[in-house]
Design a protein around this ligand. Structure first.
Ligand code: URA
Ligand code: SF4
Length: 225
């Protein structure tokens, strides 16, 4: 089945080196999504970031520019972060899936949801980013990112806006890692799930949705102290 794992650096030290991971991710063929997309869109931001924001997958603009959250959803996210008192310079932004999945509608490229196999395949990159960054708070934006870290039963509507303990990243990894329970790191990091900024853009209840996003992000700012 599809898996990014063979494309990660072999050297254990390079597996927690963000630049080495970024370079390796450029050549990932762990699932079919690399075939039609322009490029891998790896995460971006401060390597010392206390907050890591996880989206779903790059959009049309992100695919062209090779950077996460640079299109309309990114602009809305920037505004919401600023309003919540979190500087974009203090965060690292990435996605649960690193290639843009789309279909053509005429000349327009329309976003398609990644399926569970693609989400699973791409997860080693996200887990490696989180291990390297070791942030205080991970914010999942929308259902896909929530599922990537909290499992397939995750529901945004039920679990949003609550600071939860970040699940053990080793336990989220390969089944083999599950046997090494005693080696797991207790980082004390937290996770907060919220809505996706694109959901705000699509909503006919934009103001309320946006205010809810900002409220959730304020909780993140509060958790940083
Ligand atoms: N939506 C996402 O989930 N991620 C991006 O990078 C852009 C839009
Ligand atoms: Fe690799 Fe992820 Fe791209 Fe699939 S979506 S090819 S797993 S980087």
């Amino acid at each position: 089945s599809h898996d990014a794992e063979p494309f990660l650096p072999e050297d254990p030290q390079l597996r927690t080196d963000l630049e080495a991971l970024r370079q390796a991710s450029a050549g990932c063929q762990g699932c079919p999504l690399h075939e039609n997309a322009t490029q891998t869109v790896f995460g971006e931001g401060s390597p010392d970031a206390a907050v890591v924001l996880v989206g779903e997958q790059p959009g049309d603009q992100e695919d062209r520019q090779g950077a996460p959250f640079v299109g309309p959803a990114g602009r809305l996210l920037d505004r919401a972060l600023e309003e919540a008192g979190i500087e974009r310079g203090d965060v690292y932004v990435t996605n649960a899936v690193k290639h843009f999945k789309f279909k053509y509608q005429g000349k327009r490229r329309i976003h398609e949801n990644p399926n569970s196999g693609e989400m699973r395949a791409c997860r080693p990159w996200l887990l490696a980013e989180l291990r390297s960054l070791d942030p205080d708070v991970v914010v999942t934006l929308g259902a896909t990112a929530g599922k990537a870290l909290l499992g397939s039963t995750f529901r945004v509507t039920k679990q949003r806006g609550e600071l939860l303990p970040l699940p053990d990243l080793e336990l989220l990894g390969t089944p083999k890692a599950k046997t090494n329970v005693e080696e797991k790191k207790r980082s004390g990091a937290q996770l907060l799930a919220t809505i996706h900024p694109s959901a705000v853009l699509r909503s006919d209840n934009r103001d309320e949705m946006y205010a809810g996003l900002v409220d959730d992000l304020r909780k993140v700012a509060g958790a940083l102290g």
